[in-house]
Design a protein around this ligand. Structure first.
Ligand code: ADP
Ligand code: MG
Length: 482
């Protein structure tokens, strides 16, 4: 909770999410990031007279999938509206959006806070619309240059209820939404590149008050941390104003990341009149129950479902389950190991340990990890059967496999002679040797210095080149010394 002794904060978020469709929302122009400016345009995305938009089915599929994942009601009869305004990044002079008939209503997203507590954030709506082009302000000294490659790209806008009471809650929600869109493959979730953009509506109210205060809308935050910072700054700024008896008025502010503060862009008193009217060029879009069922059938497992499976069916701890569900690829890698071993805990440990540290130290993704999940399962099986122990597996077998990923675990063990000694006679010989070497220590042990056993085990381990099974060594030693 973000509050002081007088006020508390109230926040609602609006999130624009760029859909990962191949082509734009209403025409076949290709969608791609980083192409030469104005190469991904056509008369339709440039709004030439006489052109007609056409629905992109994949964009609708993605909006439905996101809605289903959030438990929303999916609208059957969808229409589109024109939001009219003049701005250089909007060549058509209007944006196609859904004003009165958002494709998704209601629904919610559960967030988990730092103290482990959970909270349900309610969604007002998710609607479909198209993106604008981009003004490039720093390429030319005198002019702003326009790139229309992004114009007409498919977006969904997620609008939440004013359910947040702190910047931390907003942060947790954004990371949950980012995780979700990435799982579903509907958006790359990259806030820095602007594929996921968030506006925060922030107001304050006296503690205990039921009514909401006047909200201020904050834009231009390109990271989750900045959203949290902007909210926290806005709370302080509004509290100071209220304390001075100044009236907080409805306005749009911009976040200055360098200063960590917000500044006014425009007052809502003189807000644009967008003159919304029904888009006459697009026929109504009817989403049948069959269509919804089709999308549902293609939906991957959601992070929450996997979390429950990991903790309940596979009996992993909460911590393991939350790390393993951080990304779909990590969860899938873990699940593939588990197709080849029943030792789920070991599979979790290898995924979160050796595999993840390789991924981190190579600054890459698990998709690029060279060893197959089946190979990791083979390592686990070799440990569980007593052929090798964990430290040999981690320090010798794993690095050797990384050097030659095509080899089998058993080959590495054989080549490097890594198998633990399973010959009792050979091990007994080492025990006898060591005891003969240290008669004074044996005497000391027998007179009560029982912790000398560790030293004996160490010596035997050394003689065996690390391959003496510690458990068996211990047994044989204890017997020999008694
Ligand atoms: P507008 O008419 O300005 O578009 P909406 O009612 O559509 O406002 O709400 C836009 C967003 O602002 C939603 O996310 C909503 O939850 C949030 N919101 C609405 N009222 C408040 C408030 N008083 N304080 C904070 N957020 C608010
Ligand atoms: Mg609104």
């Amino acid at each position: 909770m973000l509050k002081n002794d007088k006020y508390e904060v109230v926040i609602g978020l609006e999130i624009h999410s760029q859909l990962l469709t191949q082509s734009k929302a209403f025409c076949s122009d290709k969608v791609a990031f980083g192409e030469a400016p104005n190469t991904l345009v056509s008369p339709i995305s440039l709004g030439h007279p006489g052109t007609l938009p056409v629905h992109n089915k994949e964009a609708v599929n993605m909006a439905i999938m996101l809605g289903l994942a959030c438990g929303c009601d999916i609208r059957e009869y969808n229409t589109y509206d024109r939001k009219n305004y003049f701005y250089p990044d909007l060549p058509k002079g209007y944006q196609i959006t859904q004003m009165d008939t958002p494709i998704c209503n209601n629904g919610s997203v559960e967030i988990v806070l730092a103290d482990g507590s959970k909270k349900e954030i309610n969604l007002t709506r998710i609607h479909m619309e198209e993106d604008t082009g981009k003004g490039l302000h720093d390429l030319d000294i005198e002019n702003t240059l326009m790139d229309y490659n992004r114009a007409g790209t498919a977006l969904v806008e997620i609008v939440t209820e004013p359910d947040f009471r702190s910047g931390d809650e907003a942060y947790a929600f954004l990371s949950e939404v980012r995780k979700l869109v990435r799982y579903l493959g509907v958006c790359d979730g990259n806030m820095e590149e602007g594929s996921l953009r968030c506006d925060a509506n922030v107001s304050i109210r006296p503690l205990g008050a039921k009514e909401f205060g006047t909200k201020v809308e904050v834009k231009n935050m390109n990271s989750m941390t900045n959203v949290k910072k902007a909210i926290e700054h806005e709370f302080e700024r509004q509290c100071e104003m209220a304390d001075k008896g100044e009236e907080i008025f409805s306005e749009t502010r911009s976040f200055d990341a360098m200063k960590g503060t917000t500044f006014s862009m425009r007052s809502k008193e003189v807000a644009n009149d967008y003159r919304f009217f029904p888009e006459p060029d697009l026929p109504p879009l009817v989403v049948s129950q069959e269509w919804i069922a089709e999308v549902k059938a293609k939906m991957p497992a959601l992070p929450k479902e996997l979390y429950n499976k990991f903790t309940k069916e596979m009996e992993l701890g909460d911590y393991d389950a939350s790390i393993l569900t951080e990304s779909r690829e990590v969860a899938e890698y873990f699940l593939e190991i588990c197709e080849n071993t029943k030792n789920y805990k070991a599979a979790a440990n290898w995924t979160m340990g050796a595999v993840k540290s390789w991924v981190n130290s190579n600054a890459t993704h698990i998709e690029n990890f060279p060893l197959s999940p089946a190979t990791i399962a083979e390592i686990i099986a070799s440990i569980d059967s007593g052929t090798i122990n964990f430290s040999v597996a981690e320090q010798k077998v794993f690095p050797a496999l990384l050097d030659s990923p095509v080899k089998k675990v058993s080959e590495i063990i054989a080549e490097q002679n890594l198998a633990l000694m399973d010959d009792d006679d050979a091990l007994q010989k080492l025990v006898d040797e060591v005891l003969a070497e240290f008669p004074d220590k044996v005497a000391a042990y027998k007179s009560g210095k029982r912790n000398l056993i560790g030293m004996f085990i160490g010596q035997i381990k050394k003689k065996s080149g690390g391959k003496a099974d510690p458990k068996k060594t211990n047994q044989l030693l204890t017997k020999a010394l008694s």
